[in-house]
Write a protein that binds this ligand. Structure first.
Ligand SMILES: Cc1ncc(COP(=O)(O)O)c(C=O)c1O
Length: 390
């Protein structure tokens, strides 16, 4: 007899991250001999700095082959706390730092901790697609926080606060943001936090994974610096973007006291701990020289200026200032194409991989995400090719 399986309902509600689907398609076209420029993938095109790689190799050679504490090596959690103090002036107890394999597990665990049928979780739209996916998986109702081009894709405190109900359990915010490059100004965050003081039943997940990538003199505003919500704030960050370490799988979140036990149990049930050598590499990243980070961000800034300028020169396209991260999110509605049509034509006809805005939620219609984690030369060539087909 052939298998006749009945999957759990949640599985059919899980979404995906289209960047991986487009990447596979772009790789297939490249394997068939097509010349593809990849502006689709959200990872730095730099190598992990040598001293970090060497620390990982040394850890393996030194025999660090076993389990570590589920929440991460004490030295690594202390280094994270010191880094947060250095970068944001925030005071963090290393016991509240939970190290996990990448940025994603912290968001998954936060949603698992609060999401269930009958409750509401707010998330940015367009936003990182995993938020909506895991909220739906949990059975909770996803409530989008609409991000608008006219507002530089910053979230509006008023919008967020007006959507809170007695069913709201968690609000996810992300600045600097994927896919828009939007950065929410401090006064808006001040306003949000003031408002949240009236809603003590609501937890906040602040995804600050791009906190090292802001441009034009902007400074990152960490939610860690707002004492009135620290007892219900989860602040997510990690090594993937800052240190070009996406494939190592290393991230962390700072959790409030009341959640530390539950999230540690989730880690033990899920992955036991992050592999030890990667944690030693992460320690070297935080404690070693930061020149490579500064150099990478400087290069992103140069490319950002090029891509925003060039996108704005295309017929039917306008691109808002990209304030952070390494994404530009132009409005392509003037070309007459939908986001998906633009994504497909850019790939099939111009050989340029990008991601349709709708892959990041319904509010992304009319937009396409360009990652500028590629050389200036390739960016210029990609725009030239797109110009030719428009
Ligand atoms: C906003 C945001 N949060 C989290 C992540 C996840 O990072 P990681 O690859 O470390 O899981 C990403 C990755 O693209 C992201 O864009």
């Amino acid at each position: 007899m052939t298998a006749d399986l009945k999957f759990a309902d949640g599985i059919s509600r899980l979404g995906t991250e289209s960047a991986f689907v487009v990447l596979a398609r772009a790789q297939k076209l490249a394997a068939e001999g097509k010349d593809i420029i990849n502006l689709g993938i959200g990872q730095p095109d730099f190598r992990t700095p040598d001293h970090i790689v060497e620390a990982g190799i040394k850890a393996l050679q030194d025999g660090h082959h076993g389990y570590t504490p589920a929440n991460g090596l004490p030295a690594l959690r202390e280094a994270v706390a010191a880094d947060l103090h250095r970068r944001h002036g925030a005071t963090v107890n290393p016991d509240n730092v939970i190290v996990v394999p990448g940025g994603k597990p912290s968001m998954f665990f936060a949603v698992l901790m609060f999401g269930q049928p009958g409750v509401e979780i707010m998330y940015p739209n367009p936003g990182f697609p995993i938020y909506e996916s895991v909220i739906k998986y949990s059975g909770a109702t996803p409530v989008p926080i609409a991000l608008e081009e006219a507002n530089g894709f910053a979230f509006s405190a008023e919008t967020v606060l007006s959507q809170i109900t007695d069913k709201t359990r968690l609000i996810i915010i992300n600045s600097p943001a994927n896919p828009t490059g939007g950065v929410t100004p401090k006064q808006e965050i001040d306003k949000l936090v003031k408002g949240l003081e009236h809603y003590p039943h609501v937890a906040i997940l602040s995804d600050e994974i791009y906190s090292n990538m802001l441009y034009d003199g902007r400074a990152h505003v960490s939610l860690l610096n707002y004492p009135s919500i620290r007892d219900r704030l989860i602040m997510l960050d990690g090594w993937s973007k800052t240190y070009a370490m996406t494939g190592w799988r290393l991230g962390y979140a700072v959790w409030p006291d009341s959640m530390v036990d539950a999230v540690t149990r989730l880690c033990i049930n899920d992955h036991s701990c992050v592999n030890a050598a990667t944690q030693f590499a992460g320690l070297a990243a935080l404690e070693g020289p930061q020149d490579a980070v500064h150099d990478m961000v400087r290069q992103f800034d140069e490319r950002r200026q090029v891509i925003v300028r060039e996108l704005n020169s295309l017929p039917g396209v306008r691109c808002a200032d990209a304030a952070g991260a390494f994404y530009a999110f132009p409005n392509i509605s003037g070309t007459g194409m939908t986001a998906r049509e633009a994504q497909d034509r850019f790939l099939e006809d111009a050989g340029v991989a990008t991601i349709a805005g709708t892959s990041f939620g319904s509010w992304g219609e009319g937009f396409v995400r360009f990652s500028y984690a590629n050389s200036t030369e390739n960016i210029l060539e990609a725009i030239q090719r797109i110009r030719a087909i428009l």
